[in-house]
Design a protein around this ligand. Structure first.
Ligand SMILES: CC(C)(COP(=O)(O)OP(=O)(O)OC[C@H]1O[C@@H](n2cnc3c(N)ncnc32)[C@H](O)[C@@H]1OP(=O)(O)O)[C@@H](O)C(=O)NCCC(=O)NCCS
Length: 163
């Protein structure tokens, strides 16, 4: 997938199961570099079924990334200022797609008139959000099944668009 051209666009609600499959691949693949097998299994077990997933996306603002013609990643925003989901296909990792999705999410959040954004960033995503200007508010230990997963509550203050 290296060298692919990346295209970002608003998601219009088609094939939500493709986003869930990508999320599963990202957790099972890339996230394994930062969490142990029990934590990954617990994370995967806590994922919604397809009906729950459609429900979760129903009121989200989702931006998808395409690498050539393949779905490569997505970010979901939720009012009033949450980055709810950020996942990149392991086959497209470390090509700047996560960075590009966050940058586009900031543009979208400003367009929506939001004043700030918060997220729960994984160990893997924390440097990415920091590079985009997010600050860590606190370290968290989140229960998932029998395990606990470390993540970071992070925040970004959005400056208003100047006319
Ligand atoms: C986190 C994630 C979205 C990053 O996507 P990506 O497209 O690979 O990220 P980018 O190529 O834009 O990387 C930007 C920076 O993030 C950091 N980063 C990304 N992947 C990393 C990895 N596997 N190990 C260490 N740092 C990593 C690096 O600082 C990287 O900059 P660099 O490549 O110049 O060193 C992706 O790895 C993913 O889906 N992970 C699994 C699920 C997850 O943790 N999601 C976040 C939930 S908040």
């Amino acid at each position: 997938m290296s060298g692919a051209s990346i295209r970002l666009q608003r998601w219009h609600g088609d094939a939500p199961e493709a986003l869930l499959e990508l999320l599963r691949r990202a957790v099972a693949g890339t996230a394994r570099t930062c969490y142990d097998d029990d934590q990954i299994d617990a994370w995967l077990s806590a994922l919604p079924d397809e009906a729950g997933w459609r429900q979760r996306l129903a009121d989200a603002d989702v931006i998808v990334a395409w690498a050539d013609l393949q779905l490569a990643g997505f970010v979901a925003l939720r009012a009033p200022g949450i980055v709810d989901l950020l996942f990149v296909d392991p086959g497209c990792a470390r090509q700047g797609i996560g960075r590009a999705l966050i940058a586009r999410a900031l543009v979208r959040a400003r367009a929506l008139g939001w004043r700030s954004l918060e997220c729960d960033a994984s160990l893997l995503a924390r440097p990415l959000f920091e590079a985009a200007g997010f600050c860590v508010l606190r370290r968290q230990s989140v229960p998932r099944g029998q395990c606990r997963l470390t993540n970071f509550r992070m925040a970004f203050e959005l400056s208003p668009i100047r006319s």
